[in-house]
Design a protein around this ligand. Structure first.
Ligand code: FAD
Length: 559
């Protein structure tokens, strides 16, 4: 029967085959073995908007349309025919469906419930590839067309609006946004409803709930980002933090059969999620945005069955008896046989406009061989007066024409080792600017110009410089641990061979064996990634540590 309805045009028509692939007869048979065959009548709704834990359908006969309701007939996103299947990333996570699936004509479908879909993608590599790619690309299409269930009303000059926008974007949730600065009508409407500046942004969630300047947690709750956490169950492994190290641990842990819960206070991806392009991560020769990398890792972890809760923070580790327990916000206490702490560190950022636009595109937080090659023969800026800044300046001066070193203090003596100060003073390619701070970053897509000001005289200088290295240190997210594990002098977590006999004695280490690599002074509690003392602050090392720690978790669980 011909299908008359016109689906939404794709933003990437060349990808149509990957977004809406057709399974072969052999592939359909394999799905059928796990699912149940079901007859459908014209108009039957297979699942609806807002429904959680939606089944997966492969169309055997007839057509099923995917509709975003609204207006007289809604927006038809696509019409699936025989061999095609329903779903997008929400289907894996069990989040609320953004669309309705309705039979256009009488036919037959194969239905798989959520556990059977997970089993299919975990066991059939060929079908798994097809489904994963289609789900991710469909989400990308929904985002590109703004076909979400959220309208964000705010102003680009309002930090709250930027926060909410970032939260939705980093969670890969499609939304439509209305800018109050450009739409007088909406502002007038808000005035009528007495929505004041403190209530902005306003979020219209799922088309009905109106949230005024909501917290990330309120948004996550409203959009159903999180499944309920069962706090009566003792988990094999609770991972705190869903940056690259935590997500890697989740992928390895869940894929190796552990019952894994991940708690993330903000959005998946951690610091890496804010990087516009990671160019030094193995396997991505042209670079990958942190958002893409995090999105894929998040989906991958869920595919293997890890439960990831967003916008919920670990407040405390109950560490005096086993099983340990994590206090999550103020309402949950989750027991765990092993814990991986992957809470990262927050780099101190410059307080200057447009900084985030240039992060990864002229502003860097590390100076490796790659960056040194990037600025060969150029003038560069290094900000910071500590040892890491000193090392970066000396290192970069080997390839750069000139290194401008900017420090806020009156000199380096109090913050840097003597040998480094010597090298800086002796190096004619390094100019030290004391009592100085960056005041302006300029450029279209990449950094093109930098200006700095002397704090006392107010004199502004600068030039057409394209590289700024911010080496002002990082603060580890370890305050919540409340003395449960040994920390180094800067608050990073000590692990494995870095734990001295004194550390172990102070922590009353109870076992005959020494701590495993990456294990903290508390047996069965590991630390990975940027939060770990001595860690190389890179995505690759974070991912590596997350995966290695899981091997030791298995050992601890069998002890
Ligand atoms: C702008 C920028 C660009 C970068 N570019 C590169 C690059 O190009 N290449 C490269 O190799 N490295 C790069 N890095 C460094 C890299 O991003 C980090 O080394 C990496 O993200 C560390 O991963 P992580 O998982 O250890 O920690 P993080 O990425 O910091 O993740 C930690 C997570 O834990 C969460 N968390 C913290 N406390 C709690 C709590 N109490 N409860 C629950 N969750 C909590 C945080 O919200 C965060 O999501 C960049 C860093 C930045 C800031």
């Amino acid at each position: 029967m011909p299908v008359a309805r016109t689906p939404l045009p794709l933003t990437r028509p060349e990808r149509a085959q990957q977004i809406f692939p057709t399974l072969t007869a052999a592939q359909t048979d394999r799905v059928a073995r796990l699912g149940r065959l079901r007859k459908v009548a014209q108009g039957d709704v297979l699942f609806d908007v807002g429904q959680t834990v939606v089944p997966f359908f492969v169309i055997v006969d007839g057509h099923v349309e995917i509709v975003r309701p609204g207006g007289p007939s809604g927006t038809v996103i696509t019409v699936h025919g025989p061999g095609e299947f329903t779903g997008e990333v929400n289907m894996l996570s069990g989040r609320r469906s953004l669309v309705r699936a309705r039979a256009v004509d009488p036919g037959e479908v194969i239905e798989l419930d959520h556990p059977r879909l997970l089993s299919l993608v975990q066991t059939d590599a060929e079908i798994s590839d097809i489904i994963m790619r289609a789900f991710i690309l469909r989400r990308v299409e929904l985002i590109a067309s703004g076909l979400g269930d959220v309208v964000l009303v705010g102003s680009t000059h309002c930090p709250g609006t930027l926060r909410v926008r970032e939260f939705l974007t980093r969670n890969g949730h499609p939304f439509t946004s209305i800018d109050l600065d450009r739409d007088d009508g909406v502002q007038a409407l808000l005035d009528r409803f007495e929505v004041g500046p403190a209530d902005v942004p306003v979020l219209i969630c799922r088309g009905d709930v109106v949230l005024r300047n909501p917290t990330n947690r309120q948004i996550a709750d409203c959009l159903g980002f999180n499944e309920t956490i069962d706090d009566t169950k003792v988990r094999d492994l609770v991972i705190v933090g869903a940056g690259p190290s935590g997500l890697a641990a989740a992928v390895y842990g869940a894929s190796e059969g552990l019952d894994v819960l991940v708690i993330e206070t903000n959005s998946p991806g951690g610091q890496a999620g804010s990087s516009s392009k990671i160019e030094n991560y193995l396997g991505f020769p042209t670079g990958i945005s942190g958002q893409d990398l995090a999105g894929r890792a998040y989906t991958q972890a869920q595919k293997f069955g890890a439960q990831i809760v967003i916008a919920r923070g670990a407040r405390e580790l109950t560490c005096l008896r086993r099983p340990y327990a994590l206090q999550i916000d103020d309402d949950l206490h989750v027991p765990a046989r092993a814990v991986i702490i992957a809470t990262g560190a927050a780099y101190r950022r410059l307080e200057v406009e447009h900084l985030s636009k240039f992060e990864g595109a002229g502003v860097y937080y590390g100076a490796t061989f790659v960056e040194a090659q990037l600025c060969r023969g150029a003038e560069v800026v290094v900000v910071g007066g500590g040892n890491s800044a000193g090392q970066a300046a000396v290192f970069l001066a080997q390839t750069a024409r000139r290194v401008h070193m900017l420090v806020r203090g009156t000199g380096l003596a109090e913050t840097m080792s003597r040998y480094l100060i010597r090298r800086i003073e002796d190096n004619p390619a390094i100019s030290l600017h004391t009592e100085t701070e960056i005041v302006r970053l300029v450029g279209e897509t990449e950094l093109e110009r930098v200006e700095w000001r002397h704090r006392r005289t107010g004199v502004v200088e600068g030039g057409d410089l394209r590289h700024v290295f911010v080496m002002t240190g990082a603060t580890p997210s370890t305050q919540w641990l409340n003395g449960c594990v040994a920390l180094d002098a800067r608050g990073f977590i000590k692990t494995g061979p870095d734990l001295s006999p004194e550390d172990l004695a102070a922590a009353a280490w109870p076992l005959a064996r020494p701590p495993h690599l990456l294990e903290t002074s508390l047996p069965g509690v590991f630390a990975v990634g940027d939060v770990r003392s001595g860690n190389i602050k890179r995505v690759a090392s974070a991912v590596g540590e997350g995966s290695i720690a899981v091997a030791f978790v298995h050992q601890v669980l069998s002890e």
